[in-house]
Design a protein around this ligand. Structure first.
Ligand SMILES: NC(=O)c1ccc[n+]([C@@H]2O[C@H](COP(=O)([O-])OP(=O)(O)OC[C@H]3O[C@@H](n4cnc5c(N)ncnc54)[C@H](OP(=O)(O)O)[C@@H]3O)[C@@H](O)[C@H]2O)c1
Length: 254
């Protein structure tokens, strides 16, 4: 199994390369990053984005694994689709137009996108659905905490949690932070994004009512958990038919 890594000198890209190098089932052919001069990463050469098309043709990786930034991802995925290479996308923060471009690419090659590659987060999502079903009418608030360099807010994972809550209770109004005279209204869901230090990623769902409080929390203690999940996804995706996939497919939980 041969992969290419885009966003290779970023925090996640580096972790993906280092994690792959520790696994017997994955080899990293090359990395791509606009900061290519920061390479090589753990022995893997890193090239400028302008070289991606030629490198894909030359080394024919099975899968391109992307942890970069939305605009960059769109151009990387186009190059992969043109070359017939499958893509695993960890990058978050796409707008509707971006998501639609990614879905278009999935008509040509297999595309697997997940806002979170931690297996525990998928257990959290199932637990949240169960909990919301079990306590109808309780107030729900969602809080996520990440390192101080994270760009998009709320996190892609928080958005996935909100979708799961809506899938059980119907679509609720989301209130992104509160300030001044802003009492809680009806079944709105408050959403809070904290940014501090080097925190890898925490998500908490608070359900409260009827004199009781239930909290469900996931905390990533190392970025390796995301890298391992993304590599498991790449191994699963290699050889799949063109189409749009998620991490639930890898976990057999679709
Ligand atoms: N799905 C998951 O499980 C998961 C887990 C963690 C993070 N993420 C997501 O993964 C993404 C990356 O996170 P990170 O913490 O690794 O961020 P990061 O440290 O900023 O890494 C992103 C890398 O992509 C590079 N890049 C940006 N624009 C580019 C372009 N146009 N061409 C080539 N390279 C470009 C950046 O270069 P510069 O530094 O020069 O800008 C940087 O090296 C984010 O969207 C984050 O939310 C997802």
């Amino acid at each position: 199994m041969n992969i290419a890594v885009t966003g290779a000198t970023g925090t996640m890209g580096r972790t993906v390369i280092e994690t792959a190098n520790d696994r017997p089932d994955v080899t990293v052919a090359f990395g791509i990053d606009q900061a290519a001069e920061e390479g090589p990463i753990d022995g893997v050469r890193v090239y400028a984005p302008s070289e991606l098309e030629a490198l894909l043709e030359e080394s024919r990786p099975n899968v391109l694994v992307d942890f970069s930034a939305p605009a960059a991802t769109l151009s990387f995925v186009k190059a992969a689709a043109d070359a017939g290479v499958a893509v695993v996308i960890g990058t978050t923060g796409f707008d509707e137009a971006g998501l639609s471009t990614l879905r278009d690419a999935s008509e040509t090659v297999p595309v697997l996108k997940a806002s979170n590659f931690a297996r525990g987060v998928w257990a959290l999502l199932r637990a949240v659905e169960d909990a919301v079903r079990a306590v109808p009418g309780y107030d729900i608030e969602v809080t996520e905490t990440h390192h101080n360099r994270k760009v998009d807010a709320p996190s892609g994972t928080a958005n996935t949690i909100l979708e799961r809550i809506d899938s059980v209770r119907g679509e609720a109004e989301k209130v992104y932070g509160r300030k001044g005279n802003q009492p809680r209204e009806g079944d709105e869901i408050g959403v809070f994004a904290r940014r501090a230090g080097n925190i890898r990623g925490e998500h908490e769902v608070l359900l409260a009512g009827n004199d009781e409080v239930l909290t469900l929390t996931h905390r990533a203690e190392s970025r390796r958990v995301f890298a391992e999940g993304a590599l498991d996804a790449a191994v699963w995706l290699a050889g799949s038919h063109p189409g749009w996939y998620g991490f639930a497919d890898v976990l057999g939980d679709a």
